[in-house]
Design a protein around this ligand. Structure first.
Ligand SMILES: [Mg+2]
Length: 411
């Protein structure tokens, strides 16, 4: 990739933003290799028991050559690569390394947004003067500092927007750096398969394929209005992204990235054997709603969207989201919304259920004026959940459960 002069211009010479996306390579595996160097270069899989029902959470590049990837059932990974070394992983250690990396990144710019345990966006606009260097050189220093201080390999993408920076970081993997100059976004994106576009998962990928849209370039040929008619807001946004338009604010419809200031709080359960009992699934939803609600209240947040995830025995996964008319921190609101979304899924298929997940999009509470009558009503409901939370502080989460959740633990 050429690194033309524009990235090295002084901020006064260009109106473009300069965004770097830093993403650690095979993060969990890289930490395991640091702790045990004899694992280097070998097929290593971090994740569930290969003889059980868990899912791969990270695979080394050597394991990926066999087709193993994150999100795949561990038993399938074992079939694809019987020689792989399976590790259970230690999230405590991973989060220590994650904090170290974020600390290094935070030294380069105050405008940093961590989006997951191993990924962050850095706004380098205007940092050239501070570092007495151009953006490309700053990114090189970041790359070097992460490796020198933590021992972990990372990949960095640099561009005028977040989407392009993220895709560039991905294309640079492993242990690489890629810079996309302003104005070159569409040309860079065009030949890539549409699955490389953040926000287009396997399901929407198939829908786009039906229209003959295979590459990001095909997507950019469509008028946003047409894609809006077919795919709604999501389609229009993807068409604009394909043309390299970013808008600066990213609203990923999937994954851990939300609108600025929001975060996702979610819990999920994989049954030890798939269940065909709708009552049990409802009980699990209630249990998970309580757990998520508890987390939201404990962190002083509120939520405005509820998400339900259901994975069937065939591994087909459905997610449904519902935006609420106003924010809440109430467990019964989560439960009600999740149940409304659950019922059509239960009646729509007789297939057994493998996994259930419940989540919310949470954000800081804003002081808002509320109807007095509603406040009284809510205060009563809140008091119930608050006293349950207090019992849990003393005796553990399961010490206080709504009756409808109890069945979850049975069978
Ligand atoms: Mg990563």
């Amino acid at each position: 990739m050429s690194t033309a002069d524009i990235m090295n211009m002084k901020p006064s010479q260009t109106r473009n933003k300069i965004i770097a996306h830093v993403d650690l390579d095979a993060f969990f595996v890289s930490v395991e290799e640091l702790l045990n160097p004899s694992l280097r270069g070998k097929p290593v899989v971090v994740g569930g028991n290969p003889f059980g029902r868990g899912v791969v959470s990270a695979a080394s590049y050597a394991a990926r050559k066999f087709g193993v990837h994150a999100g795949m059932p561990s038993s399938q990974a074992r079939r694809l690569c019987p020689r792989a070394i399976f590790l259970r992983g230690s999230h405590g250690i991973y989060s220590q390394y994650s904090s170290q990396v974020m600390e290094v990144l935070g030294r380069f710019t105050p405008a940093m947004e961590q989006v997951s345990v191993d990924e962050a966006y850095l706004d380098l606009t205007g940092c050239q003067r501070l570092h007495k260097a151009g953006a490309v050189e700053i990114a090189q220093r970041i790359h070097h500092a992460v490796h020198a201080e933590t021992g972990l390999p990372a990949s960095i993408g640099v561009g005028a927007g977040r989407i392009v920076a993220k895709i560039a970081a991905n294309a640079a993997k492993p242990n690489g750096m890629m810079v996309i100059n302003p104005g070159r976004e569409a040309a860079f994106l065009a030949p890539l398969p549409i699955g490389k576009m953040p926000g287009i998962g396997p399901v929407s990928q198939r829908e786009y394929m039906k229209l003959g849209i295979r590459r990001i370039g095909d997507l950019s040929q469509f008028k946003p209005e047409i894609l809006r008619q077919i795919f709604g807001k999501h389609g229009a946004a993807m068409a604009r992204r394909a043309q390299g338009e970013d808008g600066g604010h990213v609203d990923f419809s999937t994954g851990t990235e939300g609108r600025s200031g929001s975060q996702s709080v979610s819990r999920e359960v994989t049954y030890s054997t798939d269940t065909g009992d709708p009552g049990r699934v409802r009980a699990t939803v209630s249990y998970l709603a309580e757990s998520v609600g508890r987390r939201v209240r404990k962190t002083g947040l509120v939520f405005d969207t509820v998400t339900l995830k259901l994975r069937r025995a065939s591994f087909a996964t459905v997610t449904r989201s519902r935006a609420l008319s106003r924010t809440s921190d109430d467990t019964s609101v989560i439960y009600q919304a999740a149940c409304d979304m659950l019922e059509p899924l239960l009646t729509g298929s007789r297939e057994r259920v493998r996994l259930v997940g419940v989540g919310v999009r949470a954000m800081e509470k804003k002081p808002e004026q509320m109807d007095l009558f509603l406040m009284e009503q809510e205060a009563r409901i809140e008091a119930v959940h608050r006293s349950m939370d207090q019992a849990r502080d003393k005796y553990g989460f399961e010490s206080a459960l709504m009756a409808r959740s109890i069945l979850h633990g049975r069978g």
